[in-house]
Write a protein that binds this ligand. Structure first.
Ligand code: Z5A
Length: 213
């Protein structure tokens, strides 16, 4: 039986998802609530192995359908091994990216079709849905400059190397997803300061927890 909450963090690379996820986790823990922090692709041993294949810049020959299937495979393992058991124990699962990322990146960005990627992921998820998705809305030039600043000395991964047009398609898809279900997806203006964003997220999540009790 499901007792916990699944909260997912979505948006283009560099929008500030991980920063806020970690702040929220620390705050929820300070409230005495049980929290699990995880990410996609990854979250399990098998998922981390799939992640290494997906993000390796040497894998330029990867076909779009292979990419979509690998993300879905990582997710299926994640749901079975980590997310469902945590929810059954009553824990709050904070997940850095989830199914919306596949719809946006593979469905719209790579042009596989959002409906097809959604259908593929129905199978991977087996009916599981996030209770709340936070969409970090940020323009690509700002997100890119944040990533460049962070990557100094390091490199960009296989997906971060894609061009601006790819990320415009991805960003448009995130917006469509939000417009289609604003009751479960909340838009976060990610251009603000980390402290302002943190306060808004705390309020949204606290409200969800109150409704859930
Ligand atoms: N992907 C996919 O294609 N399909 C899928 O189904 C899934 C994923 C699940 C995973 O990469 C890749 O997989 C991802 C999509 C694809 N694309 N790529 N590449 P990842 O897990 O390595 O990375 P990410 O999810 O894209 O996260 P990120 O690049 O680390 O960005 P972020 O988490 O949104 O941002 P951040 O790390 O919190 O912040 C970035 C920098 O900005 C950092 O230096 C912060 O200190 C700074 N920052 C954060 N917030 C602010 C504010 N508010 N103001 C100013 N500066 C800030």
């Amino acid at each position: 039986m499901r007792k916990g909450l699944l909260i997912t963090f979505e948006g283009i690379d560099g929008a500030g998802k991980t920063t806020q996820l970690l702040r929220l986790a620390a705050w929820l823990e300070a409230q005495g609530l049980p929290v699990i922090v995880t990410r996609e692709p990854g979250g399990t041993r098998i998922g981390d192995a799939v992640r290494a294949i997906l993000l390796d810049p040497r894998h330029q020959e990867m076909a779009p359908r292979t990419e979509a299937l690998l993300y879905a495979a990582s997710r299926a393992q994640h749901v079975e091994e980590l997310i469902r058991p945590a929810l059954a124990r009553g824990e709050i699962v904070l997940c850095d990216r989830f199914v919306d990322a596949s719809i946006a990146y593979q469905g719209a960005g790579l042009g596989l079709g959002e409906a097809w990627v959604e259908a593929l992921n129905e199978y991977a998820l087996g009916g599981l849905r996030p209770d709340l998705t936070l969409w970090f809305d940020l323009d690509w030039p700002t997100a890119r400059s944040r990533l460049r600043a962070r990557a100094e000395g390091g490199g960009l991964d296989r997906i971060e190397r894609r061009d601006e047009a790819f990320f415009e398609r991805v960003a448009d898809a995130f917006e469509r997803l939000w417009r289609a279900a604003p009751e479960v997806r909340k838009r976060i203006d990610a251009a603000r300061s980390p402290d302002d964003i943190e306060q808004e997220i705390r309020a949204l999540v606290w409200n969800l927890i109150q409704q859930h009790l």
